[in-house]
Design a protein around this ligand. Structure first.
Ligand SMILES: Nc1nc2c(ncn2[C@@H]2O[C@H](COP(=O)(O)OP(=O)(O)O)[C@@H](O)[C@H]2O)c(=O)[nH]1
Ligand SMILES: [Mg+2]
Length: 247
């Protein structure tokens, strides 16, 4: 059976900060979807800053709870992925916006394509009303994705998608530095420089989050600027400072 306790076929990492309203459903969806395929995933919740019941919920639902000394979306994911043991590592938000039940389909697609990184593209799939702000959907994400395509020659069309599957063995070589939301773009730029096999998979449905009343972690302008700075910064260091970014 793929995915024994010691060597899981896949680990699933949920970065989590105050997601008590949605976390349990994410964990159960992921587990049940893989159980139907007879796969036992390792499930990890990285929670370093919650003030609500998220850590308790993670434990109750059998997830491995990890803390990370650096705060931020990127820092949390980086800690979680490095501590994962699966051959593949999948991750998505714990706010209910990405249906975790699609992970087995993504794993199948990643294997078929022999991909190092498979990204769930939301913009080419169905986006339910209120799931994504207008500016993010029609301006920010398409523009940043365009820059990554042009500068790094990798077919990225939804650089802000937080639902991905990666080959863990290759991940450890990426010189990732960012701790915030811009980690999403940094990973793509570095994956291109490391000649990863990159594939996008169309997400059938991107949903309005179910995080209840908590305010969003994403600050549109500040985080958008950080994405831009990260993309241009890597490009500048590569082209003008001749940095290789390879191990
Ligand atoms: N552990 C941890 N998780 C975080 C942090 N910031 C955001 N997250 C989680 O990262 C995911 C993405 O954040 P979210 O607010 O949904 O961002 P958005 O989807 O870009 O609006 C969610 O599951 C958050 O709970 C953080 O500082 N630490
Ligand atoms: Mg989210």
């Amino acid at each position: 059976m793929p995915g024994t306790k010691n060597t899981p076929e896949i680990s699933i990492v949920f970065p989590c900060r105050n997601e008590q309203a949605s976390l349990a459903e994410c964990l159960e969806q992921a587990r049940q979807a893989f159980q139907q395929q007879d796969i036992q995933p390792e499930i990890i919740v990285v929670d370093n800053a919650s003030t609500d019941d998220s850590p308790k919920i993670a434990k109750t639902h059998g997830a491995k709870l990890i803390s990370c000394s650096r705060v931020g979306y990127g820092a949390a994911l980086h800690c979680g992925i490095l501590s994962a043991r699966g051959k593949w590592v999948a991750f998505c938000d714990a706010d209910g916006s990405y249906p975790a039940r699609y992970f087995p389909d993504m794993l199948k697609a990643a294997k078929e394509a022999n991909a190092d990184l498979l990204l769930a593209n939301r913009l080419h799939g169905k986006i339910l009303p209120k799931a994504m702000p207008f500016l993010n959907r029609y301006a920010g994400t398409p523009f940043l994705s365009y820059l990554i395509r042009v500068f790094f020659k990798i077919p990225v069309y939804d650089c802000n998608s937080g639902m991905r599957i990666i080959n863990r063995a290759r991940y450890v070589d990426l010189p990732l530095r960012t701790a915030g939301m811009e980690y999403a773009s940094e990973m793509l730029c570095l994956a291109a420089l490391h000649h990863w096999k990159y594939k996008e998979w169309i997400l059938p449905a991107f949903l309005p989050d179910t995080r209840g009343g908590r305010p969003p972690h994403l600050r549109r302008w500040k985080d958008g600027y950080q994405h831009l700075k990260t993309i241009l910064g890597i490009f500048f260091r590569k082209v003008f400072l001749k940095k290789s970014f390879l191990p």
